[in-house]
Design a protein around this ligand. Structure first.
Ligand code: RTP
Length: 155
């Protein structure tokens, strides 16, 4: 049996305005850290309307699109880039189903959210979109490539 090759990928994770307003930033970041992924970009950011529209352009024709843009631009979001083996699909699992009422307990949405229109976090749905979204939300110099070191930080 040949195990499926899973590669190091990058994904764009965003804590939506409700997550920031409800004080869930630390809790959400912590879940990705504890899983074992590597944070390579992080900022608090008030998203302009044009950027929200570009990010969600595939949903342009949906009836909820204007409400979605109002929601995402209603307050600051936390933009994050995460790296790791299989991080795209794994992050989607950690996040849970789009409708939080269908999200399993133990997932971020399953534990922390109730409404689809207030589902606290976004995660890229493919490695291609991970790259596209990181490039859309971050400037090159805001991203940090780093490797863990063995330094005994605490003695
Ligand atoms: P996301 O992109 O935010 O990670 O969410 P997703 O892939 O799980 O869901 P998607 O279908 O791409 O929808 C993007 C976001 O739009 C909002 N939405 N509202 N019926 C509705 O009112 C509705 N449907 C979707 C949600 O915030 C969803 O996360």
């Amino acid at each position: 049996l040949v195990a499926a090759m899973v590669e190091v990928e990058e994904t764009y994770i965003m804590i939506k305005p409700d997550g920031v307003q409800r004080g869930l930033v630390g809790e959400i970041i912590s879940r990705f850290e504890k899983k074992g992924f590597k944070l390579t970009g992080l900022k608090l950011f008030q998203c302009p309307k044009e950027l929200a529209q570009e990010h969600y352009k595939d949903l342009q024709s949906k009836p909820f699109f204007p409400k979605l843009i109002d929601y995402i631009t209603s307050g600051p979001v936390v933009c994050m880039a995460w790296e790791g083996v299989g991080v795209v699909a794994s992050a989607r699992k950690l996040i849970g189903a789009t409708n939080p009422l269908n999200a399993e307990p133990g997932t971020i949405r399953g534990d922390l959210a109730v409404q689809t229109g207030r589902n606290v976090v976004h995660g890229s749905d493919s490695p291609e979109n991970g790259k596209r979204e990181i490039a859309l939300w971050f400037k090159e110099e805001e991203l940090c490539e780093w490797a863990p070191v063995q330094e005994p930080w605490l003695k």
